[in-house]
Design a protein around this ligand. Structure first.
Ligand code: E4P
Length: 217
């Protein structure tokens, strides 16, 4: 499963990128707002830092305006994926921008039917939001599994980009189901390394090593 990092914070991306953990980056208007940076400037910086796709989201609501904005965002770098919302206008923009040869990430997906439409419109990525479904007592992971089944039934190339990942369990289940990509905040990716038995085992080994009185270096 590919790992995208869901942030516009350069330092956080760089830290994970140095470990080889970053296959791409996703941003959205809320993350740009949080970064306090200019969208064109910060997106360019991220796209230069990482090799994989960097999603930059349009904010227009009409198809023609989305297409114009999408072309402007795509001009930032070759690895930009234009992010459009899963509305009828967004699907139109997806179709035009993917025919232009740009990567398109269709975002704010909350149903398998929406994901089917995005695949037919030529999306490179579909972003189903797990956490936001869980927030309203629905099953976000079930949506990932349903989309996996539908895409496999018909051999769609659109990659499932599991988004709105909030927990390490979301990450594990996405990998088990066979999501192509997950995009997660840095803190979730880092938390995947933690296990209390690892911490306890290490503390025990250190205590016993101390008792030997030996030194390696
Ligand atoms: C990614 O593309 C999404 O914008 C992001 O994962 C949304 O996450 P949130 O629901 O935690 O805001």
């Amino acid at each position: 499963m590919k790992f995208f990092v869901d942030t516009a914070e350069i330092n956080e991306i760089a830290e994970l990128n140095d470990l080889g953990m970053v296959d791409g980056v996703t941003t959205n208007p809320s993350l740009i707002m949080k970064s306090g940076r200019d969208i064109l400037e910060v997106t360019k910086e991220i796209a230069e830092l990482v090799d994989g796709p960097v999603s930059a989201e349009v904010v227009a609501l009409e198809a023609d305006a989305m297409i114009a904005e999408g072309r402007k965002l795509a001009a930032i770098a070759d690895n930009i994926a234009v992010k459009v919302p899963l509305t009828w206008a967004g699907l139109k923009a997806c179709n035009v921008l993917s025919n232009d040869g740009f990567m398109v990430n269709v975002t704010l997906c909350f149903s398998a039917n929406q994901a089917l439409l995005a695949a037919k419109a030529g999306a490179t990525f579909i972003s189903p939001f797990i956490g936001r479904l869980d927030d309203i007592n629905l099953d976000g992971l079930e949506l990932i599994a349903d989309i996996r089944t539908i895409y496999d039934n018909y051999g769609y190339d659109t990659q499932i980009l599991a988004a709105s990942i909030r927990t390490v369990n979301h990450a594990f289940e996405c990998a088990r189901i066979g999501s192509d990509v997950m995009t997660a905040p840095p803190k979730v990716i880092k938390a995947m390394a933690s296990h209390p038995l690892t911490d306890k085992g290490l503390a025990d080994f250190m205590a016993d090593w101390e008792k030997t009185g030996q030194k390696i270096l």
